[in-house]
Design a protein around this ligand. Structure first.
Ligand code: NAI
Length: 382
């Protein structure tokens, strides 16, 4: 595979990481960004990260020199001309991506595969500007790309099977865990994970529990590494709110994905989370984190309600053929580190218990948001 040349456009958070992953897998990589200062930051970050890997004895000194030599940094798109695969990781704006893909097609060979790391735009829409649109594909890495094993591979309507198969095996050869996702809003992870945030916010808004108690329920009882509010503060409420709103509008305002005013107000107030010093929690020095109310009756209610909504969403993704059951399990355990796959978890708890929780919520609230997925009901009837 070493002869395959990889181009990466956009040297920000994701592009920098993706370039590193490809260079570690012995590819020559051309990293392109219009902004020279972003390029030099990416270069010095790569140098620091690679030397840390040598210190930790994860790679040898000679490998580190090879990896760094593999990457060239440039603001000139023409350096991408010999690429076999170009991965675009620029700003999430369709018009800007269209301009880049139009430009790329003029530069690269007719066999070069063109990929986008988009997290919310459709691959069909990105590829629509290409003359040869069967070479477009989504390769959705997770942040940080060098550490997160999951990559969602998203064929658009136009993508050829050849391009899909090759992208899949190439990403696999990089030591990643590729899963195939249908070109639908949020792909797998950003769709199935929505209730982790949305239902937690809803429980808070109803006054059932505060942020700390909901986080405690999900970590202590549920075994999640972080509770929803700690995680949203970590991701950033600006980023998380934008994804929520985009999934909601892309699903034609399906109430399952309705954003919450609590999150919107936090976003509007600039309470983004850790990076702004305040989110659902206050991260200033000397401010103690609020204590949860460790009431297991409330805790179990919170956990069951959020988990049931997550399982319902996983079933919906399977029902709508977004991905295979196996890929859905991989995506949620490797992309967002859930302690168990949602299907495995539902079997452990009992799918009938999940369905009963959903039915109770649906009956109590009369909201479409809580409608149990038909597949979940069918599986129980079989
Ligand atoms: P970023 O803002 O860190 O980096 C984007 C880079 O693109 C900037 O350095 C900018 O100078 C460059 N750029 C903008 N327009 C350009 C152009 N016309 N030509 C060349 N370079 C250009 O953005 P980030 O977070 O790395 O996101 C990039 C893409 O990856 C987006 O599509 C985003 O949705 C997606 N993504 C982001 C994740 C994240 O956690 N940040 C996770 C997975 C996907």
């Amino acid at each position: 595979m070493s002869q395959i040349i990889i181009g990466v456009v956009g040297a920000g958070t994701m592009g920098e990481g993706i370039a590193q992953v490809a260079a570690m897998s012995n590819h020559k990589v051309c990293l392109v960004d219009l902004n020279e200062s972003v390029l030099s930051k990416a270069k010095s970050n790569h140098e620091k990260i690679i030397s840390r890997l040598v210190e930790k004895e994860k790679i040898t000194q000679s490998k580190s020199l090879e990896v760094l030599k593999n990457i060239t940094y440039s603001s000139d798109f023409n350096t991408l001309k010999d690429s076999d695969l170009v991965i675009e990781a620029i700003v999430e704006k369709l018009e800007v991506k269209h301009n880049v893909f139009r430009e790329l097609e003029k530069i690269v060979s007719k066999d070069c595969v063109l990929a986008s790391n988009t997290s919310s735009l459709s691959i069909a829409s990105i590829g629509s500007v290409l003359q040869n649109s069967d070479r477009i594909i989504g390769v959705h890495f997770f942040n940080p790309a060098p550490l997160m094993p999951l990559v969602e591979i998203v064929p658009g309507l136009q993508t050829s099977k050849f391009v899909l198969d090759n992208a899949y095996s190439l990403i696999k050869s990089w030591g990643k865990l590729p899963v195939i996702a249908k070109d639908t809003p949020g792909f797998i992870v950003n769709r199935v994970a929505r209730p982790f945030y949305g239902e937690a916010l809803r429980i808070y808004e109803e006054g059932i529990a505060d942020f700390a108690t909901i986080d405690w329920a999900m970590t202590e009882i549920g075994g999640f590494k972080m509770g929803p509010f700690t995680l949203m503060d970590y991701i950033g409420n600006d980023v998380n709110y934008a994804v929520t709103e985009s999934v909601f509008t892309s699903f034609y305002y399906d109430p399952r994905f309705k954003p919450s005013f609590t999150q919107k107000r936090h976003f509007e107030a600039g309470f983004y989370g850790r990076k702004s010093g305040r989110g659902y929690y206050d991260y200033s020095n000397n401010v103690e984190k609020p204590s949860p109310i460790k009431d297991y009756k409330i805790g179990n209610y919170i956990f069951n309600r959020i988990l049931s909504m997550l399982v319902n969403e996983a079933y919906d993704a399977l029902f709508m053929n977004v991905a295979s059951k196996e890929d859905l399990e991989t995506a949620m355990t490797k992309g967002v580190n859930y302690p168990k796959g949602l299907f495995e978890w539902s079997e452990e708890i009992g799918l009938d218990n999940i369905l009963n929780t959903l039915k109770d919520l649906f009956e109590e609230y009369g909201e479409d948001r809580y409608r149990p997925n038909p597949l979940l009901k069918r599986v129980l009837q079989d």
